[in-house]
Design a protein around this ligand. Structure first.
Ligand code: DON
Length: 307
């Protein structure tokens, strides 16, 4: 890692460190036990340079940041039409765990909210896969984005499943509309395993950099997905990635992004850079408080806003 950018990053972290507002996600008991003071930021450029400061190698669960990547795998594995028939691309303007289904069809509005992400999970891999083969496909796919083999945190997964009534209810609704064709509990369990994949801020920056690099991991050189899929995923991240804060994010930061309730946040700037931050306290939308501040600062300091 080189010197000037880590100094800039360390200073940016120092400036947000005193902000202790927000709360740990407590609907998953294991997440409520996280160290709220963790703080890290990483830049990964499309030519493979990595710059970081703070807690960049601490593992935490990927949670909703898995959603754009699982959506990418579904598009790659099944093709656009079958996926679009089951998951839309319109912002919901609602919280991530709202039902947000189209009235007549029961199609989830987009793949970033839970309803759409549960459906996207069911579409990753081939139709004839059993639930554990599908999870394996998803973990392998996420690992290719990160450029290293990733693993599931079983205790976070069990902890979330014990309280997954809302996601189970959503999955049963989806099953009743024929959007899901498998056992709803199996799909929610698979989706929860997907959310429980352990990553570091460094991994997340590399995953974002793979999107920014139009589907090729900048370090491994592996083509993980094709460009039309990248364009689709980044478009949906732009409009829906920050849930009901998507409009504020678009105007203040202006980078396709995705957040997760364990405190991770990624942004991907096509042709340039993947950015990840990690800080576990969340705002009312479920987005990392200090992560949002850091992204606002990065965007303004470096003119990253795409508009
Ligand atoms: O479905 C859930 O509730 C979680 N496993 C993931 C939610 C999440 O990360 C929302 N993002 N900020």
């Amino acid at each position: 890692m080189r010197s000037i950018i880590p100094d800039y990053l360390a200073q940016a972290l120092g400036d947000v460190e005193s902000d202790t507002s927000g709360r740990l996600a407590d609907y998953i008991p294991e997440l409520a036990a996280a160290d709220p003071e963790r703080l890290g930021a990483v830049f990964a450029t499309v030519d493979g340079e990595v710059y970081g400061a703070g807690d960049i190698d601490t593992e935490f669960t990927i949670q909703s940041i898995s959603k754009p990547f699982a959506y990418a795998l579904a598009l790659a594995d099944r093709g656009f039409d079958p996926v679009l028939a089951k998951v839309g691309v319109e912002p919901s303007g609602e919280a991530f765990n709202q039902i947000s289904l189209e009235i007549d069809t029961g199609r989830p509005l987009n793949p970033m909210i839970n309803a759409g992400a549960i459906t996207a999970h069911s579409l990753a891999g081939s139709e004839d896969m059993n639930p554990s083969e599908r999870v394996e496909r998803v973990v392998r796919g996420l690992s290719a984005f990160a450029g290293r083999p990733l693993e599931i945190d079983e205790s976070v997964c069990v902890s979330e499943m014990e309280h997954a009534h809302r996601n189970l209810a959503i999955a049963h609704m989806l099953r009743s509309y024929g959007i899901l064709t498998e056992n709803p509990r199996d799909v929610v369990e698979g989706y929860t395993r997907q959310c429980s994949v352990l990553v570091t801020a460094r991994d997340l920056a590399m995953m974002a950099a793979t999107l920014a690099n139009r589907g090729v991991n900048p370090l491994s050189g592996e083509r993980v997905i094709h460009e039309p899929v990248v364009r689709q995923v980044l478009s949906v991240m732009s409009t829906c990635g920050m849930y009901d804060a998507a409009g504020d994010w678009a105007t203040q930061v202006g980078i396709p992004a995705k957040s997760g309730v364990a405190g991770g946040l990624i942004g991907a700037l096509p042709g340039q850079i993947g950015i990840a931050t990690f800080s576990p306290r969340l705002d009312a939308h479920g987005n990392s408080v200090r992560g949002v501040s850091l992204f606002e600062r990065f965007s303004s300091d470096m003119g990253l806003h795409v508009m």
